[in-house]
Each structure stands twice: as C-alpha cells, then as structure tokens.
Design a protein around this ligand. Structure first.
Ligand code: NDP
Length: 281
C-alpha cells in the first residue's frame, strides 16, 4: 500500500471555487455577502490569520470590513461594536479573532454575536444545533477535516475513528461531525491510557493536541487516514503538526501535511459559512 498525501491546498481551492460560483449567483440578484472581522490588539499570529481571511474574501468576491481595535480596548467598547454589527443590515457574518487580550471576556463575546451571524459556529445556540443533528453553520476547522476525508474518496460510515484532543473548537465538534457521518468515534485526551493501542485500531485518526509527535508511526496501522490539525512552530521557525509526518508518511497511509493540510480548509469553510449566512435556513 502506498502513501497518499491529502492535499489541503488543492481541496480548499475546490471549495473556494464553489463558493465563488455561489457568490456570483448572489451578485446576479444584487446581493454581496459581507464579513466583519474584529481584531483586538497586536498579536502577530492573529494579524496574519485576519489578513489571510480577508485575502480569501477578496478572492471569492465576499466583501470584508475590518475593525482593528487597540490592545487596551474596554469590554464595553467591544460589546458596543458587536451589538452594532449584529444590527447592521449590510453585515452577514461576524468574526472576532481569538484569542482576545487577557482583560477581555471571550465567552461573553462569543455569546454576544448573533447566532445568525456566527460564522465561526462558536455560539452555544449553534453548538447545540450541531449536537442535535440540525446544524445551521458548521464549525470551520472540523468541517474542513470532514471535507478533506470525503473529497479524498474515503468513507466515514462504519469506520473506527479516533479523535485526539477534546477542545470546544476542534476535538469535540470533529467528533460530532464524524458521528453525523456514521463513524464510530473514540475520544482521547491527555488522561487517556493506552493511546497507542487505541489509535492502532483506528481507520481514521484526527489529531489536535498542540503538541508535536503526539501521534507517531508505531501508533498508526497501514491503510489508516490521518488528519493532523496541529500547528506548532519548531525551534528553527518552521511549522509542524501534532503527528510525526516524516515517519508516518513512510507507511501505507493517507495523511495531511502541515502546512498545506487542515489550515487552508479552515478558511475555505469560513467562506462557505459567509454565503450560508446570506442564504439563511
Ligand atoms: P487545546 O489546547 O484547546 O486542546 C488540546 C487537547 O489535546 C486537549 O483536549 C488535551 O487534553 C489534548 N492533549 C494534549 N496533549 C495530549 C497528549 N499528549 N495526548 C492526548 N491528548 C492530549 O487545543 P486546540 O484544540 O485549540 O488546538 C489543537 C491544535 O490544533 C493546536 O496546535 C492548534 O494550533 C491547532 N489548530 C489548528 C487550526 C487550523 O486551522 N488548522 C484551528 C484550530 C486549532 P485535555 O483536555 O485532557 O487537556
């Protein structure tokens, strides 16, 4: 069995091309989707993420408005901005780049964004809809994981799936979506015993821990599909994922690289949500 690289750049380009077509159809009836992006402070990584999201908007024809607020912005000022964006007739989607500076309450901000404009799918209302099998928005990174698997031609139904990591942003919603696709899901985390043995049985492994080499070659069976969500910076400045790509890719598996795997899919799925926000239910 040969190694297959699951190419997130190629698949995300396909998704963005589909979004662009949809945006074109909306333009014919005079509708331009509009995403408001809010960035508080000077975090360099956040600035890059915001710039990439705006570039993607431009490429598919979505209007983006940016609100760059200083590091010392008060909670009241941020609340007021979000409330005004909630009420705006022009804005369809609102994205507040996380993490926020320490003095601001992220949980409050997530709950303040109108669920109808919650293109990140972080609001408890949208999270509830996801878990009850009636999603409106799909969470971007987890939905990107599912698209990578399906568009690469792999079935999820009936497969043994292992998710390593149980965060609200990645692990838990990935589990919800894999279950919605009829996968049999085992959730693992930092207290899991015998992680290697559990992974070794899996047909599909999604790793999202934020630690390089969480998943090593001896933990993966031949024929498995491995999706690496992690983004870590190595001492030499290069990026790596949570899985040992170099050695796992010597096996007969299908796997995403980092960079060029899940990362570009997250933005593509955000674009999809911006169009969804216009179309409504
Ligand atoms: P969190 O830190 O919120 O969660 C990490 C999870 O991994 C926790 O559930 C933790 O367990 C578990 N964990 C940590 N170490 C181990 C271990 N050795 N074995 C098993 N489980 C472990 O991280 P996020 O979910 O927010 O992000 C995970 C990674 O994904 C990061 O590298 C992040 O940068 C990346 N990411 C990438 C995105 C993309 O677009 N590609 C988007 C979002 C995140 P416990 O709950 O017990 O503490």
């Amino acid at each position: 069995m040969e190694f297959t690289k699951i190419d997130g750049l190629k698949i995300s380009a396909e998704v963005k091309a589909e979004v662009k077509e949809e945006v074109g159809r909306l333009a014919e009836i005079g509708v331009v989707p509009c995403l408001a992006v809010v960035l508080v402070g000077d975090d360099p990584a956040s600035k890059i993420y915001v710039a990439n999201k705006q570039k993607a908007c431009e490429a598919v024809g979505i209007k983006s408005l940016s609100y760059i607020l200083p590091e010392d912005t008060e909670q009241d000022e941020l609340d007021e901005l979000i409330e005004s964006l909630n009420e705006s007739g022009e804005v369809n989607g609102i994205l507040v780049q996380l993490p926020l500076p320490k003095h601001l309450d992220e949980d409050r901000v997530i709950k303040l964004i109108s669920p109808k404009k919650d293109v990140d799918c972080f609001h408890p209302y949208n999270v509830g809809r996801l878990w009850t099998g009636d999603p409106f928005f799909l969470p971007c990174t987890p939905a990107g994981v599912i698209e990578l698997i399906k568009r690469s031609g792999f079935e999820i139904e009936g497969k043994d799936c292992v998710v390593i990591g149980r965060s609200n942003i990645v692990g838990k919603p990935v589990s919800a979506l894999l279950q919605a696709e009829n996968g049999t899901v085992t959730m693992c985390h930092s207290k899991t015993k015998n992680l290697g043995e559990i992974c070794k049985r899996a047909d599909i492994i999604v790793v999202a821990t934020g630690h390089p080499n969480t998943l090593t070659a001896d933990m993966v069976k031949n024929g498995a599909v491995v999706i690496d969500v992690g983004i870590n910076r190595k001492p030499d400045g290069k990026l790596c994922g949570d899985a040992d790509y170099e050695n796992i890719s010597k096996k007969g598996v299908a796997m995403t690289p980092v960079p060029g795997g899940v990362g570009p899919m997250t933005i593509a799925m955000l674009m999809k949500n911006c169009v969804k926000a216009v179309s409504g239910e």
